[in-house]
Write a protein that binds this ligand. Sequence first.
Ligand SMILES: [Zn+2]
Length: 303
Amino acid sequence: MADYFVVDAHAHTYKTAEVGIQALGGAGQAGCNGTPEELIEILREAGIAKAVQVNMTPMREMYKAAVDKLSESDRGGEHPEIIRAMSERVKRRNRWTCELAKEHAELVAFPSVDPLMGPEEMAAEVEACAKGLGAKGIKLHPAEGHYFPRDERLWPVYAKAQELGLPIISHGGVFMMTDYEGGASYTKPENFEPVLESFPKLKLVIAHLGHGYWEDSISLAKKYPNVYFDTSAIICGVEHLEQLSEAETVELIRKLRVDHVMFGSDYPWFSPAASLKRFLQLPFTPSEKEKILGGNAKRILGI
Ligand SMILES: [Zn+2]
């Protein structure tokens, strides 16, 4: 479809259609199920060269569900054995994602970590994934995990990522899977400021252009050369969900700096093909399209 080298910088994959559909929680807009087989077929048909699999393993929720299963008298206090078990699940999922990327040239692995794992465990996982398993970056989801990006448990993760040159993609802005204020309070763009300030060489990607907090995203872009953005879920091809007009979208992305913004879909919530089709309709110049669609991802994510 496109005469451009296209990378979908933000997609989620699930082991089975059943797990994928469960993760979508009824909010899917594309009739997709999240399996790597389905994703690869969509990419091929749409002429998209690669997709970045950003892992989102809901560790906090899994932990809560496991504690809720305990008898009432056992529920209080800390549960290190449950933390360990959930931590292993996060790591297994990370390995699965990395394996897929080894098997399929179209897929790139961004494993995830969660502060519940503890600082040492997270830093060790980042190193293991990057050095031994071929991961190209790390995904964080503060809105799902109910933690702030400045959470000091994450400091060793940022330090390790900066040292290894690994970009970090984090959810940004409103989280559609929870209530508006609850989810977004963790991931307002301004909350990333301490991280950008303390780790000037870390490439930090705020997903969804900072969904809903456009002016905050622009302020960050003006101040920090190391902040980047992706367009996933914002330029999505689902008309009633697009909050910005064509002109506003182009203006926003130019203010965020065209060479700092990457095309993404948030598959399976949205379709990479429909997102690409919509993107191509926007009044960007061909050179801007080339950068946003794939040129920037090549450079920023090292793929
Ligand atoms: Zn996402």
